[in-house]
Design a binder for this molecule. Structure first.
Ligand SMILES: Cc1ncc(COP(=O)(O)O)c(C=O)c1O
Length: 468
């Protein structure tokens, strides 16, 4: 990460977190340069980046100050899905978009994954090797679902650190969060049932619902506050909602996080109607704040929340390891896991358990979050510089996606095709919707080191967008 971006990110965190208030003066360039042992040019560049983002302003002969009215980019509008239930037909487009991101030569603004360069591969290899060498042959039998005791203990410890008591008997290890989510959905629905989902939503949710023959009711999303709980309340009175699939923290693709009080309200509402919540929490470890928001599972008093987690985005992409803390459904989930795939690779489970116990997971996370935050800031700067005026975006409090609403006449499918022709991928809005809405939206991946090539790709996209 470029040093100036790290400094700018730290200061922007202090401003957004309130440690530096509107009107506060920032340290002079010279004093920050001395105290941080960095060059004045680096400090100046950091201040310029913050200024370009509308967070601070330079006052002649006085210095830099936190702006009174921070000029934040305008967030996208609250979504307006149709208020009836839908049978699904998720298009080939999802696969086309995924396919295009596989090529390492493209600029991966459409990728769903963070840069593979951000992960501790040598350490992972050491723990994986050691777990395979020391594998007790009997453990292959003893660790059938719900899964390795060592790993489930480590996962339970992470819940405990958040102040949540989730016993290992609740936790079923799966092949990534996606298997957890699919098994959870199978467990709580039958074909023909109706479920509530967010709009926009992760296409994996649409595909799972389609495969299981479910109807979906789309609930609107506010771009920063998250799910519209009032709309959900209304939907519950109108439709026979059998289950909900929601991403309550760093929602995919908007990046919105429901506040803790609203998560509590959600858990209570659903418990009151005996509706299970499948909580898709694949990104929670990527929250930038030092004090992360709890999941809705923390407010689950009746065992109706099936909390699905993953190591794919935060530690070990490609190892295909996730879990579900399934509350009252754990025994059923464990059986379904056996039916689906017998078990998840044991050396992988044990290797990750060792990594969690000894491998400095938190140190890795601190660095990963810092890198992602720095790239997000750089991406916001590039958008401001190169995108035609009138786009809307909100900077999420973590993760690596920006959900950008472009001018209404923009056709993101067309942008996707034209960008691909010049070696850039973008994820077009319609793949995140049961009815191919969000025609003028793009999901941009900021989870890669921000280079000159990435900035140029944003510039090229900006030029493409001007055509509409
Ligand atoms: C919201 C969400 N849930 C689940 C998944 C799947 O996670 P995993 O790789 O652990 O199966 C993804 C991956 O793209 C995702 O974005």
């Amino acid at each position: 990460v470029k040093l100036y971006r790290a400094v700018a990110q730290e200061l922007s965190g202090m401003i957004r977190g309130g440690s530096l208030a509107a009107g506060d003066q920032l340290p002079s360039v010279r004093s920050l340069s001395r105290s941080r042992k960095i060059s004045p040019a680096t400090v100046l560049k950091a201040y310029e980046a913050l200024e370009a983002n509308g967070l601070i302003e330079a006052r002649p002969r006085s210095g830099y100050y936190v702006r009174e009215h921070q000029k934040q980019p305008i967030p996208p509008q609250t979504s307006r899905p149709k208020a009836n239930s839908t049978r699904l037909d998720v298009s080939d487009l999802v696969f086309q978009t995924l396919e295009a991101s596989r090529n390492r030569k493209v600029v991966p603004l459409g990728s769903a994954f963070p840069s593979p360069t951000y992960f501790p591969w040598p350490k992972l290899a050491r723990y994986l090797g050691s777990s395979a060498r020391h594998l007790d042959p009997w453990s292959t039998v003893e660790s059938l679902p719900p899964g390795s005791v060592d790993l489930r203990q480590q996962i339970a410890k992470r819940y405990l650190r958040l102040g949540m008591s989730v016993g290992i008997e609740q936790i079923v290890v799966t092949a990534g969060a996606l298997e957890a989510l699919n098994l959870a959905l199978q467990s709580v629905t039958r074909p023909g049932d109706t479920i509530a989902i967010e709009s926009p939503t992760f296409y994996g949710c649409l595909q799972a619902a389609q495969r299981l023959g479910l109807q979906v009711v789309e609930i609107p999303m506010h771009p920063t506050e998250g799910l519209d709980i009032e709309a959900l309340r209304t939907a519950i009175t109108r439709f026979p909602i059998r289950a909900c699939w929601f991403m309550t923290t760093l929602q995919h693709p908007t990046g919105a996080t429901l506040s803790q009080p609203r998560k509590r309200e959600l858990a209570r509402l659903l418990a009151g109607h005996d509706i299970p919540l499948i909580e898709d929490d694949a990104y929670s470890e990527l929250q930038f704040a030092s004090k992360p928001e709890l999941p809705a599972k923390a407010f689950d008093e009746t065992g109706r929340v099936l909390h699905c987690g993953s190591f794919s985005k935060c530690l070990a992409p490609g190892y295909r390891l996730g879990w579900v803390a399934a509350g009252r459904y754990s025994a059923d989930l464990s059986r379904r896991k056996i039916e689906a795939s017998i078990a998840t690779s044991l050396p992988v489970q044990q290797g990750i358990a060792q990594m969690l116990r000894h491998g400095g997971f938190d140190t890795h996370l601190t660095k990963l979050r810092r890198d992602l935050a720095a790239s997000q800031l750089a991406a916001m700067e590039s958008l401001q510089r190169y995108f035609p005026a009138g786009y809307r975006v909100a900077a999420p409090r973590g993760g690596y996606f920006l959900w950008v609403e472009c001018a209404s006449q923009v056709d993101s499918l067309d942008v996707h095709r034209r960008a691909l022709d010049v070696g850039i991928t973008v994820a077009p809005g319609p793949i995140f919707s049961a009815r191919q809405q969000f025609k003028n939206y793009l999901r941009l991946n900021t989870g890669h080191p921000w280079t000159g090539a990435t900035a140029r790709a944003i510039q090229t996209l900006g030029t493409l967008l001007r055509r509409y």
